[in-house]
Write a protein that binds this ligand. Sequence first.
Ligand SMILES: Cc1cc2nc3c(=O)[nH]c(=O)nc-3n(C[C@H](O)[C@H](O)[C@H](O)COP(=O)(O)O)c2cc1C
Length: 359
Amino acid sequence: MEEVPTFIAPPPLRIGSVQLNGNVLLAPIAGYCDVSFRLVARSCGGVALACTDLLCPEGVLRENKRSMELAATCPEDSPLCMQLYGSDPGRLCEAAKWAADHGADIIDINMGCPVDKITKRDGGSALLCNIPGTLEMARRVVQAVRGIPVTAKLRLGWDDHRLVAPFLANRLEQVGIAAVTVHGRTTEMRFHGTVRLDGIAAVVAAVENIPIIGNGDIRTPQDAKEMITATGCAGVMIGRAALAAPWIFRNVQTYLQTGQVPPAPSIEEKCRYMRDHFYNMIRFRNQRVAILEFRKRVSWYAKHMNPCRVLRDAMRVIDSVEDFESAISNFLQWRAQWDSEHPQYCETQQAEESETLAA
Ligand SMILES: Cc1cc2nc3c(=O)[nH]c(=O)nc-3n(C[C@H](O)[C@H](O)[C@H](O)COP(=O)(O)O)c2cc1C
C-alpha cells in the first residue's frame, strides 16, 4: 500500500530580524485592508503579519491626507509591514525611512500591481520588466533602512514569455531582500485563471535561504496546506477570502498545526466582528466614512451569514450609528427566531461551513 506522506507544518516564519508567531499573512488589498480591518482580522487570531495598502512615496513624504489614512496604524496593529511602490530609488529610500520611523516592522516593495495607473509610471509589476533597475533599487532600499527587513511582493512575470520571478527572487536575495511573496499569476492574467503552484514552486527552488510566501486563491485551510505541500513555500498570504471571513487566519494556522479546523464563529460573533470593524472605522476615519463604507462592506460579511437578507437590506440604507445598531439587533432577533424554526438548517449550515473551511 502506498504510504501517504505526513504533513509537517513549516516552522513559524522569520523575516530577517523579525520573528513571527505563525505562517499565515494578511495580504494588502487597496481600499479594504486598512487598520480598521487589520485589527478585526488580528482579533480573530492567526494573523502572523499584516500589511498596509500600497503607499505612494510622494504621498507619505508630503504626509498628504490620503496617504496618512492609508498608513494609519496603532500599537495593537503589530507586527506590521508597510508596502511602498514606485520606481525612483531615491524617493523609495526616503519613503522607506519614513515608514521605518512610523511603525513599520517590515517594508515591502510592490512588484506585482498590474493596475495601469501604477505600471505606466514604471511601478508595481512593471518592475518585473526592468530587472537591473529593480535590483539596484531594492539594494538601495535595503541599505537605507538597515536593520528593518525589506521584502518584495511579485507576480510570476509580466506574461508567459517572461516568467522572471525565480531569477528575480534569486537576485533579490543576493541584494539583501529578506523574504519574497509570490502571487502565482502573471501580470497579464490579472485575477483570471487559476493560481499556478508550479510557478511558486520554481521561485522556492530558486532561492537559498529566504522564506518564500505563496499567495493566490486560498479560500480554505486545505488550499493553504495544498499550496505549502505543492510548492514548499514557508508561509501563505491570504487576501480576498479574509474580507468575508476574517477568522480564516486562525482556521488555517490551526489546521496546519493540528489538522483540525476550529468551529465556525456563531452569528453573534460574526456580528461582533462587523461592529468592531464599524467602530474602528469611526476611530480611524470618521462616522460618515464608516456609514458609507459599511453599506458596501456588508456584502462581504454576508457571504458567511446566510440567510441574512434582512441584514443586507437594512445595512445598505443606514444613515447613522443608530441605524447601524438597529440593523444588527433586528437581524439578530430575526435570525434567532428563524434558527429556532429551522433547527435542521442551522446545524447543516454550521457543518457545511466548517467543511468548506476544512475541505
Ligand atoms: C482590490 C484589490 C486590491 C489589491 N491591492 C493590493 C496592494 O495594494 N498591494 C499588493 O501587493 N497587492 C494588492 N492586491 C493583490 C493581493 O494582495 C493578492 O496578491 C491577490 O488578491 C491574490 O490573493 P488572494 O487570492 O488571496 O486575494 C490587491 C488585490 C485586489 C483584488
